[in-house]
Design a protein around this ligand. Sequence first.
Ligand SMILES: Cc1cc2nc3c(=O)[nH]c(=O)nc-3n(C[C@H](O)[C@H](O)[C@H](O)COP(=O)(O)OP(=O)(O)OC[C@H]3O[C@@H](n4cnc5c(N)ncnc54)[C@H](O)[C@@H]3O)c2cc1C
Length: 457
Amino acid sequence: MTTGHDPASGQPRADAIVVGGGIAGLVVARDLGRAGRRVILLEGSPRLGGEVARHTVAGIDLDAGAESFATRDDTIQTLATQLGLGNEVVAPDPRGAWVVEADGHAFPLPKTGLLGIPGTAMAKDVIDVIGTGAALRAEVDSLLPGFVGAKEQKLGPLVRRRMGSAVLDRLVAPVVMGVHSAHPDVLDVDRVAPGLRGALLQQNSLARAVRHLREMAPGGSAVGGIRGGMVRLVDELEADLVTFGVDVRLETQVRSYDETSVTLADGSRLGASAVVIALGARDSARLDGTLGAQDPTTGLITLATLVVDDHALDAGPRGTGVLIARTGSPDVVGIRAKALTHATIKWAWLAERTDGRHVLRLSYDSPVVDRSTSDAELAGIATEDASRILGMPLAEASVEGFGRVEWDAPYRPPSGAASTSATGVIRVGGAIAGRGLSGVVKDARAKAAALLDPGAA
Ligand SMILES: Cc1cc2nc3c(=O)[nH]c(=O)nc-3n(C[C@H](O)[C@H](O)[C@H](O)COP(=O)(O)OP(=O)(O)OC[C@H]3O[C@@H](n4cnc5c(N)ncnc54)[C@H](O)[C@@H]3O)c2cc1C
């Protein structure tokens, strides 16, 4: 990076302008600021953190967005340690999640899987769900050479070829749709399960590849959390930005950019030696003008959080939460939610802070729930859904708190959609690294390191 003066303002030129104060932008700004670079971070909204945020329901502080991270590598553990949160990283309750199918049948998700792909096809918890015949079909995976399916770009066809449709429809699709709001048939394997195709070739079996990736994950659990919520990462990153003298500007929307400058919504320009665009896919397309107004994939995710005072929930009737399997039938015994997290079972630290009350977080895709759904309606829908999903009636009087949060649904640009933006701009964030904190942070830190030491890249 070179320095000098900004011709527009006459001020010393920043080394880098980071556009977007989500986790990706925060991490890049911190790593550059820590190395002594002059950094300006521009965030369009009034707060930092993006999809990592906090809300308070019935006096309880909760994650409003991301509430866990993938432990397939030590990216987040390392970041947390560097931020002084190393001892605050926790594993979820081992009871695991359940699935509810169209006919109301509920079963625990097999324990040793990855995105629902079983690590052992003939395990009892797999046979219990898909039956012996389908498990035997899945076991064929262990006899096929590794290259079968390894060239498939999408997760659905890969699983179908190796393990058959029952594994895909009944185990993988519910998990993947819950996490990514999209069917495995349209999701890139390398984005949602990095390393899986390589491990398949190496291990000559998808099940063995899954076991291998799980063994590589520190702690053995597929996800981890942070005592107090993932949002503590944002708090600590924000504190570091102050320490390292990063110039953070909230409510500063960037309208356009090139490799050495950005233009703000008020028409003013800022220059820097490097411009880093740290946005999710939708924001990035919006900034580049490639987001069609009528794009059918735009949508809304609504989270409804209930704080419930009912000791019948203490036993955790459906483990840490439930994914609703809609494959083949959009109607699942009247349940409208796509997933429920029993947060006070999943996270022991949270249960310690709620005076025995339970926190249930239900998620909804539009148009099932959208902005026309009133809070009162949503609270009613969520209470009814929670009763059906948990298999026990919740009295309305037991619901002590209700919270609502809305997020843009994950956006996948139409294939072939080209970025209209300048070359030479550094790109991080969900638009490049996909959905999920581990991948986003890993990519952001690698790009920050490359900026600091271009020779090493
Ligand atoms: C409800 C929900 C639950 C999730 N759960 C998990 C989970 O449990 N585990 C997990 O790993 N991941 C989870 N994720 C995904 C994860 O949160 C994201 O992948 C990650 O936070 C994205 O970070 P980012 O920095 O790329 O983008 P964002 O968080 O979207 O940040 C981008 C920032 O840029 C700002 N911005 C946008 N346009 C402009 C502009 N033109 N000028 C200036 N600023 C702009 C935005 O206001 C925003 O603050 C979840 C996401 C959601 C929504």
